[in-house]
Design a protein around this ligand. Sequence first.
Ligand code: 13P
Length: 249
Amino acid sequence: MRKNIVAGNWKMNNDLAATRTLISELESQVKTSSAEMMIAPTFTNLLEASKLLKESNIEVIAQNMHFAENGAYTGEISATMLKSIGVSTVILGHSERREYFNEDDAILKQKVEAALENNMRIVFCFGEKLEDRKSGNHFNVVENQIKNSLFHLETESWKSIVLAYEPVWAIGTGETASPDQAQEMHQFIRGLVNTKYDDLVSENISILYGGSVKPANAKEIFSNPDVDGGLIGGAALNAESFMAIVNAF
Ligand code: 13P
């Protein structure tokens, strides 16, 4: 059966002191949960976060990585570097990476391969922009993002993939996809995976929703049959609201 996952993407927030504080608040509030928990602090705080959460059931994950193993890529971080500090899950394809850092489907395909070669798990993000939704092109956009970066993979590799649908118009805007819009897209995605692979892959893949998830709307969004959790931005920066979202399961 597929897992429920709630992941907090801290983006470019929290210095070292704030990272320590938020982690200790999370630890004091964490209960046994029916959802797997992950947090993605910035690169500079990953080592500290993984040390602090070594014994906990909150997994520390990275927000990005480069596709090369090492070399002349100033400012970049590789899969082996992440693995060496105990980080074995990475978010790839976030819309902010696509938009501000020109990461396209082909680059993301290379990153996916590099992560898998290093036995890492991937939270793979995709989602349409407002103009795509308005023109009714959203299914097409999502289909291409998934196909172009993931559909070359062997069935076996899908055990290491978590999908995250994040409509760009809902990220940080306070506007959330309605539960029906989320379910409709998640069902479409599961169907797409099923058509390319098989029932085992499509029924076991966790598909997270991201975009203005808050304690007030989490329960309704997560109650959809094809929504297996959330990728949380703003609301993950506060321990109480993040835990309230986790506990919506
Ligand atoms: P918000 O929850 O702030 O809308 O961000 C969602 C997101 O981008 C998570 O990756």
